[in-house]
Design a protein around this ligand. Structure first.
Ligand code: APR
Length: 228
């Protein structure tokens, strides 16, 4: 059985109603990264950071998996499928994918602000100021901020090295170290990239570009792979 590895970004959840980061209507048009997504921002104004992620969590809980998430789950009928996602939503899991690695954390969990290894499931959509971890420090969202280590990278690299086929969906490949994962895929491995605006980041010419929205392009590709 073939190992298929899929690297996803915000674009796969766009048709579920979740904003991407760098498109013209993206989240980073309305917010400064430095205000809401760095350790310094948390030091300066934790309430603002907490509110920003509470809103993101509310949006995620209200969203549903779309045809692209569902198609990737169907791929498991024939292949071993590892999803490496930069997304903090849980739409791959809710669609039925069983092996999902979250490079940048997951918004449905909270994290100790003293020890990033302490994370907890969350009941509702809000973390309140005053909600504490077992060490007595404030809880924050379980997300990786700019300037923080990406502890799942080693595992993600090992997964990419084992790929027999690699699919990239809905990422601008602008953020490292995540964007560097494509370099760990074997040079003979077929690579497909599904994005209505395939990023111009010097991808190898052999990568097959599918210039479609995820909700259209991913189910088509999955059908082809299931019928292969
Ligand atoms: N289907 C597929 N791709 C889409 C769709 C769609 N319907 N809509 C937009 N896209 C594509 C865009 O063309 C773009 O290439 O999704 C990509 C979104 O890029 P970004 O907004 O930069 O998102 P992402 O690459 O996931 O960002 C990486 O940046 O801010 C951080 O931590 C955050 O994980 C995030 C990281």
């Amino acid at each position: 059985m073939k190992n298929i590895v899929v690297l996803t970004g915000a674009g796969i959840s766009a048709e579920s109603g979740l904003l991407t980061f760098r498109d013209t209507d993206g989240l980073w048009e309305g917010y400064n990264i430095e205000d809401v997504a760095t350790p310094d921002a948390w030091q300066r104004n934790p309430e603002l950071v907490q509110d920003f992620y509470n809103m993101r969590r509310g949006d995620v809980l209200a969203a549903q998996p779309n045809a692209a998430h569902l198609a990737l789950a169907r791929l498991q009928e024939k292949y071993t499928v590892d999803i490496i996602t930069q997304n903090i939503d849980d739409l791959h899991e809710r669609a039925g994918s069983s092996q999902v690695l979250h490079l940048h954390g997951i918004i449905t969990r909270s994290q100790s602000s003293a020890n990033p290894e302490l994370t907890y499931p969350l009941e509702g959509s809000e973390i309140k100021m005053g909600d504490l971890c077992e060490l007595g420090s404030q809880l924050r969202a379980h997300v990786v901020w700019f300037g923080e280590p990406v502890p799942m990278m080693e595992k993600a690299i090992a997964i990419c090295e084992q790929a027999d086929l690699f699919i990239i969906v809905g990422t601008s490949l602008a953020v490292y170290p995540a964007a560097g994962l494509v370099h760990y895929v074997g040079s003979e491995v077929p690579v497909y990239i599904v994005d209505p605006n395939v990023p111009d980041v010097g991808l190898p010419a052999r990568f097959v570009k599918i210039q479609e929205k995820a909700g259209t392009g991913v189910p088509q590709l999955v059908d082809e792979l299931l019928n292969a």
